[in-house]
Each structure stands twice: as structure tokens, then as C-alpha cells.
Design a protein around this ligand. Structure first.
Ligand SMILES: [Zn+2]
Ligand SMILES: [Zn+2]
Length: 174
């Protein structure tokens, strides 16, 4: 299935009204990498001043606190490029996913949390993604999860999967 899919939101060529000016504007924003209607694209470009970006030593990623924390530490690691969800990941993006994990651990360390056996990281699986822009949930400590957090972030359920599972799926698909 995956090989036939069209990647990203390519502007429709059949739309006769899309003149040259709008095409140039779209290209200057790196068409396909950025969606002006996407909250996380805007946050990644610091266009949402209410969201504070946390120090993140990777130029392809940003990190910020989840607006509805499900644990004392709850961060999101987000690629600047608009990738819709974990099902859209390709083999060449495995390194990006691994970097997301590294950044997630760094953010925890920066916030004085180092008990990595007591953390949870993973992706929501469509249609269970609240935002259609790939984001890694980084949560800790798992021992303080309430009932709802245990459910919403239950590893390898139909709706939430770990990084290692998504990487093995990417490898199988291609
Ligand atoms: Zn986006
Ligand atoms: Zn999510």
C-alpha cells in the first residue's frame, strides 16, 4: 500500500486559479515541509508566541511541553518538517526518529529526570492523533501515571506505539 501513496500536500495543478505568485510563495516556504494551517508547523517556526520552545540541540527538531500534561514531565519532540503521522515515516527517516528519542532523553535530563526505566516514549497511531503532525510523547515518571494516562499512553496498544516498534514496522514496509 505505502509505495503508491502521494507524499505531502502537493498543490493541485488542475486548479487554474493558482497563479504564479501563489506558486512562488508556496515554494519559498519549502512546499510540502510546511503547512500554515498546522499548529505544530507554526510552533516549530516560533509563530505561536504562547508556546515556549525548550532548548533542543538538533536543528531538525523542536521540543515543548504538552499543553495537557499526563505526567509531571510531559514533553513533545516534533520535527520541523511537516510529517503527518508515524505511518508516513520512511526508512530514510529512521535517523530522525532516533534523534527524537535522544532529544527526549536530553530534555528529561535538563529537567533533572534521569531514571529512564521510569519514562515512556511513543507515538499515537492514526486516527488517534490529536494533531496531524508527527510528535513523540515523552512522559515521566510512569509510576505516577493516573488511570487515564495509563490508558491513553498504553504501550503497543492499537493507539500508542513505541519507537522500536515503529522502526521495525518501517523496515518491514520497504
Ligand atoms: Zn505540521
Ligand atoms: Zn499525541
Amino acid at each position: 500500500m505505502a509505495e503508491g501513496q502521494v507524499i505531502g500536500e502537493v498543490p493541485s495543478a488542475s486548479d487554474s486559479k493558482s497563479d504564479k505568485t501563489s506558486k512562488v510563495a508556496a515554494e519559498s516556504l519549502d512546499s510540502g515541509d510546511y503547512d500554515s494551517n498546522c499548529l505544530f508547523c507554526r510552533i516549530a517556526r516560533q509563530q505561536e508566541t504562547s508556546t515556549e520552545l525548550l532548548p533542543c540541540e538538533n536543528e531538525d527538531l523542536v521540543c515543548f511541553k504538552d499543553i495537557k500534561p499526563a505526567a509531571p514531565h510531559h514533553y513533545l519532540v516534533v520535527p520541523k518538517k511537516h510529517i503527518r503521522n508515524c505511518n508516513d515515516l520512511k526508512r530514510e527517516q529512521i535517523e530522525l526518529v532516533e534523534n527524537m528519542v535522544t532529544v527526549g532523553k536530553t530534555i528529561l535530563k535538563n529537567n533533572n529526570f534521569t531514571d529512564f526505566s521510569n519514562m515512556r516514549m511513543g507515538f499515537h497511531v492514526p486516527p488517534f492523533c490529536s494533531i496531524s503532525h508527527l510528535h513523540l510523547h515523552v512522559l515521566a515518571p510512569v509510576s505516577q501515571f493516573g488511570f487515564l494516562s495509563k490508558l491513553v499512553y498504553r504501550i503497543n496498544s492499537y493507539w500508542f506505539i513505541t519507537v522500536s516498534v515503529i522502526i521495525s514496522r518501517i523496515c518491514k514496509h520497504i
